[in-house]
Structures are given as structure tokens and as C-alpha cells.
Design a protein around this ligand. Sequence first.
Ligand code: SF4
Length: 321
Amino acid sequence: MTESMDAKKPTIVVSRCLGFCKCRYNGDVLSSAFVESLKPHVNYITTCPEVEIGLGVPRNPVRLVSRNGSVELYQPSEDKTVTDQMNQYSEAFFGSVGLIQGLILKGRSPSCGIKDVKIYSGVEKSSSSQKGIGIFAAHAIKRYPNLPIEEEGRLSNYAIREHFLTKLYTVFRFQAVKDSRSMKELVQFHSGHKFLLMAYNQTQLRLLGKIVANQEKKRIDEVLAQYEQHLGLAFGRLPTRNNYINTFQHIFGYFSDALSEKEKSFLLDRFQKYREGKIHISAILNVLRTYAIQHNHEYLLNQAIWSAYPEELLDISDSGK
Ligand code: SF4
């Protein structure tokens, strides 16, 4: 971590053309409202892999080309293949970047795109036949299977953005546990993330519980490595509404006996409305949290599910894409 980095904030690698530098092939810079909104909350490490391998700005575009069974990064105007340069740069970059907790990359780029990047069927042909991953992005995905990695365009979708932020900050909180190398910290982390994990993946929640119980008396480093792997699996995909409702019902169970029939039926009605997609999840979380406060339920109040990431970043707008 360099001096300008704030250890209290997560660190994200971001494509440099997303608001930091006019480094696109045509000398443009793009704006991303989400990348901008995160600026006060994270440390950004920017890179433009194409500039870093010496292609310059402006430059003639590169593309992914399928050749002899492998995918190459090719610059048609120069009849030049730069796959080796990009592979070497990516290895060197990720080998030296230090600890990071997430990546935001520019979509559809043959270097940075994480999905649906056009792969042309040959150097001569102008039509694209398949979709794939940018070369730099492929290195990132391979090296960081447990980190949130997203494209800026997809982050305009509420559910994808929520998932990205939840995973980012959970990974960041877990990093502090790893640094502490303390079983006590791990137990506390697991306990405080119980309902968030339940909403994401109940099978992994159970496995994580077994890892923390550590019946085999494994060394702390081994326990942490195993926990990290399964934490990554738990956050591997977006949570479903049904999983969330099941989690709400568990939370509800903590104080349902103290509620009047009218309060109970109001809450159950809220769950149903959420199931039908008629109300936002934050409406339910707020009601449940209010009850947790009213009943001064410390275990519940300490749960990460209420605000898995800083509240200032909550933005319920949705591109619908
Ligand atoms: S998409 Fe990646 S390689 Fe292309 S301009 Fe942006 S940062 Fe550079």
C-alpha cells in the first residue's frame, strides 16, 4: 500500500479510461457515475493495459481474434499481434499491485472486458463469430476468483451494483480478520455475517460454520484460507428473493412473540410484497432493524445485513438492464 492509500478503505483496480485519463484508442475518456461516486470511499489503482504495452494514444484499435485454436490480441492496421505483451504486462501488474479487494473494468474492450467481448473469426475476416473475455480481464479473473470483478456498464443495474458493493466490503472486512490472524476475530466476523450469508447461500453458511468450529484443530492460517475460499463461493452469485425472505423470517423469529397480531400480519404482508417485486428490500430491512432496535437485540443489531456497505453508497436507481 502506497502512502496516499487509506488503509480504512477498500482498494479497487479500475480501467483508467473510466474518468481518469483520456487514454481510449481515440483519445477519449468515459464517465461512470458509479466509479465517480465511489471515489471518496475507496482507494483506486488505475491502469490502461493498452497504453502500458506501448500502443499509445491515439492508437489504431486492437481486437480479439481466434487463430489456430487460441485467442490473440491483434491490431489489424499494423498486422501486429500483441498477445504476449499483454500477457506479460498483466502478469507483472497483478504480481506487483499488492492487496486489492475488487476490480471495475471497461466493458466490451478486448483488453478489459470481462464478458461478451467480440472475438473475430480470423485476421482477415471482418465479422465477429464468438464472445469472450479481454486478455487483461482474463488474468484478473484467474488470479482473483474470490473478488468482485465487474464492468462499469453492468453496475448501472441495481442488483449487480448491490452485489458488487456487498461483496467488496465483505471481502474488505474479512481482510482485517486475515491480518489479525485471530480465531476470535474470525468467530466474530462469522457471527456478524450470519444473516447476510444466509441470504446469499445457506449451504456455504453451514460449511463456513464448520470451518469456524475447527473440530480438526487446524492452524489459523489454514482455517482462514479455507474460510476465504468458501466465503468467495458464498458470494459467487446474486442472492435470490426467496433466500432473502427465508432470512427475513429467521430474523422475524427473534421478536415475533413480542409483536401484536396486526404487527405480525403487516410484516408478513411486506415479505409477500417483496416476493412479488412490489417493494424494495430496503423497506423490509428498515422495519426489521427498527424492531431489533426497539427490542435492543444486540446480536441482531451487530449483523452486517443491515448495511453491508456504507449507507452513503446506497442508490436504488436501476437501469433495468
Ligand atoms: S478499456 Fe482498458 S485498455 Fe481500453 S482504454 Fe480503457 S483502460 Fe485502456
